[in-house]
Structure formats: C-alpha cells, structure tokens
Design a protein around this ligand. Structure first.
Ligand SMILES: Cc1cc2nc3c(=O)[nH]c(=O)nc-3n(C[C@H](O)[C@H](O)[C@H](O)COP(=O)(O)OP(=O)(O)OC[C@H]3O[C@@H](n4cnc5c(N)ncnc54)[C@H](O)[C@@H]3O)c2cc1C
Length: 422
C-alpha cells in the first residue's frame, strides 16, 4: 500500500472480484456507460459463487413477503445476523431473481411455466429457486461471465491479485495488483468471504477474505499518515482472531507531529547516527549504497542529480536535500553529515539558486571546510541567483578539494571519476 505509481492503467470503475457480486457490478457499471476493469485472483470458474450448489432464497410466492423472509433468516441466524444486512438481502432478493432472468439465467420451472419454489430448512414458505438443480451457482456465474466477456466496456484480468488499496489518504484511487497498479474513479471490493481460511471448508481456495483485510490496511494507512503498510503473513487464530505475524509500516516523517504516540517508538529502533545528526539539523537525509555523496536543494533537483550520477556510471552513497534556504550554517552541517559517511568517495553539491543565493552557498561550503577536513573531492555546480558570485568565491578560495563544474552532467561525470579514482 503505497503512494504514487507512474505506470498505472486507468479506468473509470475497478471491480475486484469475479464471483456473482463482481460480475453483477461490472455489468451494471458498463451498462451505465463506465469503462470497467474486473480483476479476479482466481479464474472466474473458481469463485465460491461458481460452486454454490443450493439455490437463491427470495420471497416470490403469493403467500410470502420480504418481512416474513427476514424474520425466518433472523430466527435461523440465532443472533449472528446483522439486521440491516438481512433487511437489504430480503427486500432485494425478488428483484435480483427477476434481473437474473432478464439477463438470461434459466431458473427451474414447474410444468405450468411458473418458477419452481423449493421449501428448505429454516424457511417457513416455499421460496428457493434453482437453476440446473444443484448447479445454480455455475448456471448464474457462467451466464454473467458470458455477458461480461461480450461487453466491450469491460476488461477482465483473470489471475490478477489485488495486494493493496491505493489512495492519497483522503480517498481510494485504485488498487495495486501483482500485474501492476490500476487507477480508478471508483473501486468496488467484491472479494467474497474468508471461509477458505478454516481447516475444513467447502469453499474454494480463493475465498480468503482479502477485501476486508485490504480495507483494514487502508484504514491503518489513513489514520496514521503512513506511506506504506505491508503485512506478511496473516494468521487466523483458533479463537477466530486474525493477527499480523509480521508487518512493515512507514510513517510520513512530516506528519509525525500529529502522532506523538508513534514518535515515541523511535527510541526502540536503532537509528543510523548520520541520519540522526541530519534530523537534528532539520535536513532530509537518505542513506544509499553507492560511493558519491549528493547535496542538492529541492526534492526534484536532488532526484534528478541521483539519476545523472547513475548515468555517469557511479552510484549515490547518500543524498541530502538542503531545501529552500541553504544558509552558510546549513551548508556546513550538510557537508559534515555527508562526509561522516565512510562510504563516500566524492561529493557532488548541486545547487540551483532561487531564493537561495549561490554566493551564500559558496561561503557555507568554505565555512564547512574549516570545520571538517575532507578526505575526498567536492564537485560544486552552482546555477541561478548569484551563481557567478558563488563560483568566483570558490575559485578565489582555491581550495585543493573543491572542483567547480559548469553543468549538471559535467559535475556528475567529475564526481563519478573522482569516486572511482579515490
Ligand atoms: C460449496 C458452496 C455452496 C454454497 N451454496 C450456497 C447456496 O446454496 N446459496 C447461497 O446463497 N449461497 C451459497 N454459498 C455461498 C455463496 O457462494 C457466496 O456467499 C457467494 O457466492 C459470494 O459471492 P461473492 O461474489 O461475494 O464472492 P465469491 O464468489 O467468493 O467471489 C470472490 C471473488 O474475488 C476474487 N478475489 C478474492 N481476493 C482477491 C484479490 N485479492 N484480488 C483479486 N480478486 C480477488 C476471487 O478470486 C473471486 O473471483 C455456497 C458456497 C459454497 C462454497
């Protein structure tokens, strides 16, 4: 469950699940004119819906009513049913049967042509319809799957698993699947129940209750300002509780002030001392595994610098974003932080002056070099506000470790060469 994805497929409606519920919603969505993608973890013929062998209960008889159906259901459920769900189910059941008939599902009929209504356990009236005897689920889902396949507005991804909901913490904007992300204006979770988690079950292995878990994970993400929530694996305890045996949660640093209870967890984890030093100074520092230390101002420029260093044949050892106001003090601390990483073989300082003035940055670099004695070369590329003045300051200082460069590519190449030669 993560932030942005550049390569997402886009659709208007995304339906996760290819059982009766998913197929039905996908058809409704396409018929309303929306481009729809349906993803199903298992082939459509392996849903619980496909294997459902009984029939559909609906108050269709002359002596029956949804209220009577609801009362029977609640009595049979013996306190386990949610009344609001039973109410929706029993009121909508007759219409659902009629809609399935209109879609071409052939329910079993009496010789007179009337629907054959069966009387089964828990029901006080004849109200069970079947299609093909004990093959009701197969008959319904096969017909709906046929209609879905013929519908040009629907794309079906069979064998694709949704592994996370994708959102901006305000709303869900799609899902991440094992075939890549799908962005959608509306996402419908129709992933069925979790009955396959029990040791003995008649449910197919696809019935793992993924939707409820994905929704809960998203809740954790949104409530805690997380940028990532990952769980592997989940365990079902004998008493019915579901427990995450291992998980990884990354909290957005910028939102930590809203979660003092999480901030206090920091002390229980070992923190890289260099990172701690940067954090103390209010700087964004990230440790990587290469050999060129990178300082830049602004996330975009820093990311571009990482790419250009790789293009030049080296790997970034770390990077530090000095942000908007790169004062002499900030530059001095930044260099101290970057140089305290023993894997750094050269440093590339890439500053684009705007509000930040390049002459101030140059003075900061020189001040830092009075505090630390660098064992490596520092390539400096200054551009933008007062760049000429900044470069002049550095040239006049004639420091043996400073290597001025004109362009970003030239600077990256010099930093890569110097790192390889060190
Ligand atoms: C043997 C059996 C007999 C039954 N008999 C009856 C009966 O007689 N009458 C009755 O009313 N009910 C019966 N049921 C229950 C009924 O089948 C289910 O309640 C109903 O089919 C649920 O439909 P659904 O579309 O919500 O879910 P399902 O049919 O379970 O479909 C879920 C779909 O979601 C997909 N999915 C799951 N996780 C992911 C993921 N992470 N990413 C992408 N896709 C995912 C699955 O592959 C599947 O396609 C029976 C069930 C079984 C197993």
């Amino acid at each position: 469950m993560t932030g942005a994805h550049d390569s997402a497929i886009e659709t208007e409606v995304l339906v996760v699940g290819g059982g009766a519920a998913g197929l039905h919603v996908a058809l409704e969505s396409a018929e309303a004119g929306a481009r729809t993608v349906l993803v199903s973890r298992k082939p459509l013929s392996e849903s619980s819906s496909f294997w459902a062998q009984g029939g559909l209960a609906a108050a269709l008889g002359a002596d029956d009513s949804p209220e009577r159906h609801a009362a029977d259901t609640l009595a049979a459920g013996r306190g386990l049913c949610r009344t609001s769900a039973v109410d929706v189910l029993t009121r909508q059941a007759p219409g659902a049967v009629e809609q399935l008939q209109a879609r071409g599902v052939r329910f079993d009929a009496e010789p007179s042509g009337e629907l054959a209504l069966g009387l089964e356990g828990g029901h006080s009236a004849r109200r069970i319809v079947h299609a093909g005897g004990s093959e009701t689920g197969r008959a319904i889902t096969s017909r709906l799957a046929e209609l879905v396949a013929a519908e040009p507005m629907i794309a079906v991804w069979e064998g694709a698993s949704a592994t996370a909901l994708w959102g901006d913490r305000e709303r869900c904007v799609g899902v991440v699947t094992d075939r890549g992300p799908v962005a959608a204006r509306a996402t419908v979770l129709a992933t069925g129940g979790g009955a396959a988690l029990w040791q003995r079950t008649t449910n197919p292995w696809g019935a793992i209750g993924a939707g409820a878990v994905l929704a809960k994970m998203y809740e954790v993400l949104a409530a805690n300002d997380a940028t990532l929530v990952e769980v592997n694996p989940l365990a079902l305890l004998a008493d019915g509780r579901v427990v995450a045996l291992d998980s990884k949660v990354t909290i957005d640093d910028n939102a930590l002030w809203r979660h003092p209870e999480l901030e206090s967890l920091r002390v229980t984890f070992p923190i890289d001392p260099v990172e701690a030093r940067a954090r103390e100074a209010g700087l964004q520092y990230v440790k990587l595994d290469g050999e060129v230390g990178i300082i830049g101002n602004g996330a975009g420029l820093v990311m571009a610098t990482l790419d250009v260093v790789e293009l030049a044949g080296a790997k970034p050892a770390n990077f530090l974003d000095v942000g908007g106001g790169a004062s002499a003090e900030v530059m001095a601390v930044s260099l101290e932080v970057i140089l305290s990483d023993p894997s750094v073989r050269s440093v590339l300082v890439n500053i684009f002056g705007g509000i930040t003035r390049c002459d101030v940055v140059a003075l900061g670099i020189l001040e830092a070099l009075q505090r630390v004695t660098p064992g490596v070369h520092i390539v400096v590329r200054l551009d933008g506000t007062n760049a000429v003045e900044g470069r002049t300051i550095l040239t006049q200082a004639n420091h043996p470790r400073i290597v001025p460069a004109e362009t970003m590519l030239e600077a990256a190449k010099r930093a890569a060469e110097l790192a390889q030669a060190a």
